[in-house]
Design a protein around this ligand. Structure first.
Ligand code: BG6
Length: 514
């Protein structure tokens, strides 16, 4: 009989979590509306929040408490995976308020502190603060400094009510700026208080990757250079930049997606088994995998990087405009909306196995997938004769959509003649477990409340990833427009990205074979 366990990597809130005040900096922003308010509401519906949990929105505009409450309830109505009932809203709304303040004005942080202490006094027990920095990155520094100087960072130090801070992406713009941010954090906080978010780590399918790799014995013997011929990670989107042009043009695909989400998928795929599920143990192994990445070849015939920008085209049968025509994009922008790379991990397990990464906007479809391509069997029985065409075995881990895993094997087609055909052994999350699973932000906010950093990026991890990619950004900056290739919206990106793999004996599989 197959045992059906019901365990998660991170335990749910124990009920012992102290009363909490969640302070969102940048509270009137898009992320609060689309993700944070719905996540907090859904946690409350599942009784996973501490019994006293307050939400204070912090922002520069003067907004009344009532107007902020309306904003939060509208956001939940619009974006929550579950409908809000009057009863659930009644329970929440009294605990929602707004605090107007500047990010660089210390006095405003002192007045926030007083407000927190008033709540604490009323409850007559210590309260933990979870500060969520969801502002534009330009004000991360003053917020972190002011949390430190005002004493908000140090409240109840070394107790379970100690303050915690979640920092949204992008964590830095390059290696130097990430290093600067880490320096402030190290001065003002303990690393255990800090939660650098990458929402991909909160996705069910990404958490499941650890379980699939390390709770099944069949993968370990073949998860290495002896059996794997390549690993491909695709995180593609069919949408363009939409209304986020202002942010995106300063960022680009490498900073926006590869440096964080895609590198995290790589680290989880490539890391060695950790010795325990302890957050540091897992993060140590991820960092080691990232540290083993070889510097990227940037130019010449062996170049391992490709960048592109979308031009007009057809996406799902609809006309789409080019990047330069999008709102807020400067006429002479050289920002890439697509990037692909070939990386090499110089360690015992992976030496010689290329890791191909790509991410882009306005591609043929939205898909986040990891494809592990295995080596072909020796051409003795099958494969040398085209009659017996052997396809490589593939393990496809679909992060989204259509979340699941498919193993492609060769089989004989029925009939008197021996013919081979790839077949699929498939598992789908929805078929097996049903839909309506928690959103990534629910998992991550809950973990931060519990002080569990497993699914967050540690300071050295962020810097290691930037250390690898900053030279690519510098090189592209020097090159200007040279080498920035157009691709039509609705396609799979620049032609050079296909050549990147073809020249190395591979081809992109997502959108092609799988
Ligand atoms: C964000 C990027 O981190 O991730 C966006 O800033 C991108 O540009 C988004 O669209 C994709 O997330 P998801 O969960 O829709 O794959």
């Amino acid at each position: 009989m197959i045992h059906k366990p019901n365990s998660s990597i991170n335990p749910l809130v124990s009920g012992k979590t102290p009363p909490t005040i969640v302070v969102i900096f940048g509270a009137s922003g898009d992320l609060t509306a689309r993700k944070l308010a719905p996540a907090i509401f859904n946690l409350s519906m599942d009784n996973l929040l501490p019994s006293s949990c307050f939400l204070i929105g912090y922002g520069r505009k003067e907004i009344s408490n009532d107007a902020f409450k309306d904003y939060i309830s509208d956001s939940i109505n619009k974006h929550s995976r579950r409908k809000i009932s009057d009863k659930a809203w009644e329970a929440l709304q009294d605990k929602v308020s707004f605090h107007a303040g500047a990010y660089d004005n210390l006095e405003d942080f002192h007045s926030l502190k007083r407000e927190i202490e008033t709540i604490e006094k009323k409850l007559n027990e210590p309260v933990q603060c979870l500060f969520y920095i969801s502002t534009p990155p330009s004000v991360f520094k003053p917020i972190l400094e002011n949390l430190g100087i005002s004493g908000l960072a140090k409240r109840h130090r070394n107790r379970e009510e100690e303050s915690k801070v979640i920092i949204e992406k992008p964590f830095g713009h390059d290696l130097a700026s990430a290093h600067d941010l880490n320096a402030i954090i190290n001065r003002r906080f303990e690393e255990t208080q800090v939660f650098r978010i990458d929402h991909y780590l909160g996705k069910e399918t990404v958490q499941s990757l650890l379980v699939q790799r390390f709770a099944n014995s069949i993968f370990e013997p073949i998860w290495n250079r002896n059996y794997v011929s390549s690993v491909q990670i695709t995180v593609s989107e069919n949408l363009g930049v939409g209304s986020r042009g202002g942010y995106y043009d300063r960022s680009g695909a490498l900073r926006d997606m590869i440096q964080n989400h895609v590198m995290q998928l790589l680290a989880l795929t490539a890391m060695e088994p950790p010795s325990s599920l302890d957050p540091e143990s897992i993060r140590n192994e991820k960092v080691k995998a990232l540290q083993a990445l070889k510097p990227i070849v940037l130019n010449g015939n062996n170049s391992e990087v490709v960048r592109g920008v979308y031009s007009q085209g057809l996406v799902d049968g609809e006309k789409a405009i080019g990047y330069l025509q999008e709102m807020g994009i400067p006429e002479h922008s050289i920002t890439e909306t697509y990037a692909s790379l070939c990386l090499h991990i110089e360690n015992w397990r992976w030496k010689g196995v290329p890791f191909y990464l790509r991410s882009g906007k306005r591609l043929a479809k939205k898909a986040s997938e990891i494809v592990v391509q295995f080596k072909r069997p020796p051409e003795i029985l099958f494969g040398k004769d085209s009659k017996y065409a052997v396809s490589p075995n593939l393990l496809v881990i679909r992060i989204q959509p259509n979340e699941g895993i498919t193993l492609y094997l060769n089989s004989k087609t029925p009939g008197l003649e021996t013919k081979l055909q790839p077949i699929e052994l498939a598992f789908g999350y929805e078929t097996t477990f049903g839909s309506n699973t928690p959103e990534a932000y629910e998992r991550l906010i809950l973990d931060a409340l519990n002080g569990d950093g497993t699914l967050f990026i540690r300071g050295d991890e962020a810097e290691t990833s930037w250390g690898l990619l900053s030279p690519v950004l510098d090189y592209w900056q020097d090159q200007g427009k040279k080498g920035l290739e157009n691709y039509a919206s609705g396609t799979w990106g620049p032609l050079s990205a296909d050549k990147l793999l073809l020249g190395r004996g591979h081809e992109w599989l997502t959108g092609n074979m799988v």
